[in-house]
Design a protein around this ligand. Structure first.
Ligand SMILES: Cc1ncc(COP(=O)(O)O)c(C=O)c1O
Length: 454
């Protein structure tokens, strides 16, 4: 129950540091929207407006808001065991059951699970484990990480070092020299006149050149999102992940799939790596949809082969988070996965997600829509000043924000990212709701276009 007026919330909010925002802008204007309640595919703001949650919280509320089953599972768990850690030789049933469940769902020999509380820490954990793995194998120099321009892997120092360099503008990188960024697999901006197959060859050559330059003996891993999310929903050409997997395997470089956004149904499967992209990585990292956001939880799911090395006699696992596998978070994940399975949400997404994708692709006729890209319930719309030349709007134009504001006036939350608008709704959309989103977006883009400075 919301006990404060919008003004009261905003006064208190002066003490809150929001994420990824212009703090000076907030100092001047205050936060724009306070969300006070949520149900199903909708949220309610502090002025009483119901809005379609077009970004699923933050690519995470996969089963929809307010699911009793999850809330009750969390409550039951807290009433039985509020907290115990998984340090030393302790465990508890919820973490153990969830670890077994994830091992059963994950592809190949990915059977060992480390829990943390965010995607950022899941990615840090994967790198720390692989560094230790190589130390144990007597390869202390095999530490560098290949990532990609356009990637987003989180905001801890290490995860940010693996993220696209643009996100560190004005900030420092702790892991100087550790990460090498490969080309972004973004055909719209990078492929020029190449066919998909030629672009794929170019990207493969880029990786091979990096391996030649850095030396495979110095590279621990390649980290990649199946579809890049916060970089602008960048979809690699067909066959990219399988090809990269083959190259990394040939050079004894581990493949970390950052499935923080793509796992648990967003692309129509529990995990995208094998079922959508036809390859089994060495590590899969998940968060977000693991609990549909009801509790903070992430998992780093590693292969038996890595586990065998880091659990050899004499090895100490010097890594731990107090809340690793927190009972309430594990209970939330188990109830969430139960809903995904029982209601066949990933299977439904293969149908409704395609309807959503096609509905958004239908906006490509609008004057400023340069490209609509993505897959199923993970979509991005890139706005351009000139469709023929792909000339971008200036940063000051804030075209994504303009469209997002028009959409919010019409009852839809979408996420602006520079010249791009991101849509990643809950996975429980039906066709009328999808049609409504399409119509709101069409009207909003037209209204923003009319209001653009000349
Ligand atoms: C692909 C990907 N990896 C990692 C993260 C970081 O997750 P968290 O915000 O939970 O730390 C995100 C967050 O958006 C993400 O999209």
């Amino acid at each position: 129950m919301n006990k404060f007026s919008t003004d009261e919330i905003m006064t208190k909010d002066a003490h809150l540091i929001q994420s990824f925002t212009n703090l000076d802008g907030l100092k001047q204007q205050g936060a724009r929207t306070a969300i006070v309640a949520a149900k199903g595919a909708y949220v309610t703001d502090s002025d009483g407006n119901d809005l379609i949650d077009g970004i699923g919280g933050l690519w995470c509320v996969n089963v929809g808001h307010g699911r009793r089953e999850i809330i009750e599972a969390i409550t039951r768990q807290l009433e039985t065991l509020d907290f115990y850690s998984t340090f030393y030789n302790f465990t508890h049933p919820a973490a153990a059951e969830l670890a077994e469940k994830l091992a059963n769902l994950a592809p190949g020999n990915l059977n060992r699970v480390y829990f943390a509380n965010s995607g950022s820490v899941a990615n840090d954990t994967a790198v720390r484990m692989l560094h230790h793995y190589n130390n144990r194998l007597g390869r202390p120099d095999k530490k560098k990480i290949l990532s990609r321009i356009g990637a987003y892997h989180g905001s801890t120092h290490l995860a940010m070092a693996m993220t696209t360099p643009a996100y560190s503008d004005g900030w420092d990188t702790a892991a100087e020299g550790l990460v090498h960024h490969l080309r972004a697999p973004c055909a719209y901006r990078e492929a020029e006149d190449m066919t998909d197959a030629e672009f794929l060859d170019t990207l493969a050559d880029d990786m091979l050149e990096a391996i030649r330059d850095l030396g495979a003996e110095n590279i621990a891993a390649f980290i990649a999102e199946p579809i890049m999310g916060a970089g602008g929903v960048l979809v690699a050409p067909d066959g990219y992940h399988a090809r990269m997997r083959q190259i990394t395997a040939e050079h004894d470089i581990k493949y970390i799939a950052d499935e923080v956004v793509t796992a648990f149904g967003r692309l129509g499967h529990m995990f995208a790596s094998q079922d959508v992209f036809g390859m089994v990585p060495d590590i899969i990292n998940v968060a977000k949809g693991l609990t549909s956001g009801y509790q903070p939880l992430s998992a780093t799911i590693i292969s038996d082969e890595i586990y065998e090395v880091i659990s050899q006699p004499g090895a100490m696992f010097l890594h731990g988070m107090t809340y690793s596998g927190h009972p309430a978070a594990a209970a939330a994940a188990l109830a969430n996965i139960d809903i995904l399975e029982r209601e066949k949400i990933p299977q439904n997404v293969r149908v409704t997600g395609k309807v959503f994708e096609n509905a958004l692709r239908g906006l490509a006729d609008l004057d400023i829509v340069g490209e609509v890209r993505g897959s199923h319930f993970m979509m991005g719309i890139e706005f351009v000043k000139n469709k023929d030349t792909k000339q971008s709007f200036s940063d000051e134009t804030n075209v994504g924000l303009r469209v997002a504001q028009e959409a919010q006036k019409r009852g839809l939350i979408a996420r602006p990212l520079g010249n791009i608008l991101i849509l990643s709704p809950t996975l429980i959309m039906d066709v009328p709701m999808i049609e409504r989103i399409q119509s709101v977006l069409r009207d909003s883009i037209k209204a923003a276009t009319t209001a653009l400075p000349t």
